[in-house]
Design a protein around this ligand. Sequence first.
Ligand code: 5RP
Length: 442
Amino acid sequence: MVCSLSTRLYGGDLIKPILQVALDLLELDRAVQIALEAADGGADWIEAGTPLIKSEGMNAVRELKKALPGKKIVADMKTVDTGSMEVEMAAKAGANIVAILASSDDSTIRDALMAARQYGVEIVVDLLGVPDIVTRSKELEALGVDYICVHVGIDQQMVGMRAIDLLNQIVDDVDIPVAVAGGIDAASAAEAVSSGASIVIVGGNVTRSSDVRGSGIEIREAMDRALVASERGAKKSMEEEMMEIFREVSTPNISDAMHRKGAMREILPINLGTKIVGTAITVQTFEGDWAKSVEAIDLAGPENVIVIYNGSRYVSCWGGLATLSCHVKGVAGVVIDGAVRDVDEIRDMGYPIFASAITPNAGEPKGMGEINAEITCGGRSVKPGDFIVGDDSGVVVIPRERAYEIARRAKEVEKTERRLFEEIKRGKTLSQVANLKKWEKK
Ligand SMILES: O=C(CO)[C@H](O)[C@H](O)COP(=O)(O)O
């Protein structure tokens, strides 16, 4: 059984939970710099992540050890065969702990353990992708591994899996220290410590922060507070989480997350500096008819964006009074494949309207068309309930069935860009931080 929270055992010492920062980057010079900042922010162990090892080989481990001689270096080899060869390689490069995959055959685990004992390193076994983590953890403990790691991979995180849920499944079933990894931030780090994690592994939420040191401190402090009091906050619904992320990220971040797709064509903001996030109420109307566009306001609330196909660039289906009506009701915004008028009034209200044309001519209320049918707007299909995000760069449509994954991936894009901004501000050029020459197709 695990020890009580404040008296967890590590190699015979009584210590508080470990913060391990995982460097999942491709460039060694950037990784070393980030490792130094993370150590300054309270990281206890520094991990050479698998992408870094694949990009730079054992040199990544060597350089991290050289830069931070006092820190334990974890080599995330994700070994699945040739256990002793890979452990020896990492150990000789300066690793203190080597990560191998739990899905490896027991012969590989035993071979890795033999090499570990010979070269004086420890073995952490990563349960990534293992279907029955409880049974496998008990087997691994019996084999003599030093640590077990529950891990929700980056792709699994994007579809809503949570490392804490896995942690809770096994933490009371093994006596060896349990590490947790996969999308951990300050709140989930605290939750992990409250649940009994001995090692909290954090990657992107530290390494892609523009303030690596500050993010490390924030997570370290959250873990320390969780030792004395449970910090489990109210769990957000997926809908709330998606809305929150879409408010934080930009339409280019979302488009990148959709493999550079998702944008409506020729739809631009009428009011620069405004943003919309919400789920679509769709309206199909016809040239010269604005009845259905206006009727949709009665169905819309603060979480909704009214998305209209009108098609005419020469007769408006929307104007100042309709905008005021949305504004008063608190509707999130309006997107129109067609024309609007009363732009001065719309701008005075600071209300987010996106449209493809502006013209003073209005139509009349004839009542043709439909509300909440699938429409095409800006060349993209929009179904009622799809997520719509608009900002100064344009409007993107996120199909509801993929919205969670796209939100999470967009957040990752945003984090990466924030860090690159910081590095460019410090003086590197964009081609240097992106290491363009190295990654050009040969
Ligand atoms: O091993 C990994 C991916 O396979 C990562 O290092 C681990 O998931 C931590 O990174 P993040 O906090 O960004 O998920």
